[in-house]
Design a protein around this ligand. Structure first.
Ligand SMILES: C[S@@+](CC[C@H](N)C(=O)[O-])C[C@H]1O[C@@H](n2cnc3c(N)ncnc32)[C@H](O)[C@@H]1O
Length: 246
């Protein structure tokens, strides 16, 4: 298997290729088409497609509607409902909105973003969708902030494919430790890009970008972790779903 696209430009920095919002599998297309027929909830259901279009145009990575709706459903199925949810990697606020959509009004989403321009855009979209009371966007580095933020009932981690994590493959493991430490017993940990666009299947470590090595190491640790029961949902670029043992 060839490494398809080793480095892509992301605001001038080296980054891994961006996983498309939707897979080209016709059955995923069918599922999406049915999802699009849901009774709209306004203004959120006009803001989300606007964000999808912007992300597509500007090559900004977001989880896309299928993954978003799955995450919403997971939250809605938790009883009692999660009170505090953490979104790691806000981007333009798309995943934060899907998370908030799955929660009762009194529950909160804390979302962390390192890039001030993205955090700014995210706040604009969150306000436009009417979720500013429920979603708090914090600007900064998750590796510094997470240890200060207390405990969460559910965490969505969507950063380890990013440029920042190219510094060392160990960073993804450190982030996994922080996430588990700050997740309540019985809580849920979600992790995006488990497949890293197929690059996790490549064996030759010398050829692989550090982020891919980090994701492979992260996947191995999640799969074998004593405190987690985990499975990858093979949706889009692979979504880890883990339950923290009590
Ligand atoms: C894949 S995007 C997140 C997409 C978002 N979850 C969504 O679906 O709407 C990853 C984001 O994480 C941010 N990021 C990367 N490294 C970070 C770090 N160390 N701390 C906080 N945010 C970081 C990037 O700037 C980028 O906007």
């Amino acid at each position: 298997m060839q490494i398809q696209q080793k480095f892509f430009s992301d605001n001038g920095r080296s980054a891994l290729p961006i996983a498309p919002q939707q897979s080209d599998d016709p059955l995923a297309g069918y599922a999406l088409q049915l999802l699009a027929r849901r009774i709209p909830e306004l203004p959120l259901d006009t803001v989300l497609p606007e964000m999808e279009a912007l992300a597509e145009h500007e090559q900004i990575p977001i989880i896309g509607p299928l993954e978003g709706a799955i995450i919403q459903a997971l939250l809605q199925m938790r009883h009692p409902a999660p009170r505090r949810v953490l979104d790691i990697g806000t981007s333009i606020g798309y995943s934060a909105l899907w998370l908030a959509r799955g929660l009762p009004a009194e529950s909160k989403v804390v979302s962390i973003e390192i890039d001030p321009q993205r955090a700014y855009l995210a706040r604009e979209f969150v306000e436009k969708a009417g979720y500013q009371r429920q979603i708090e966007i914090i600007e900064g580095d998750v590796m510094e902030l997470l240890p200060t933020l207390g405990m969460f009932d559910l965490i969505l981690q969507d950063v380890i494919k990013h440029v920042y994590f190219g510094k060392s493959a160990q960073l993804s493991l450190q982030l996994l430790d922080y996430c588990i430490e700050h997740l309540v017993d019985g809580g849920v940990l979600l992790g995006d890009n488990a497949f890293c666009m197929g690059e996790v299947l490549l064996e030759d470590a010398d050829e692989l970008p550090v982020q891919v090595l980090g994701i492979k190491a992260y996947n191995d640790l999640v799969a074998t972790h004593r405190q987690l029961d985990s499975v990858i949902l093979p949706v889009r670029d692979g979504l880890w779903l883990s339950h923290k043992r009590g």
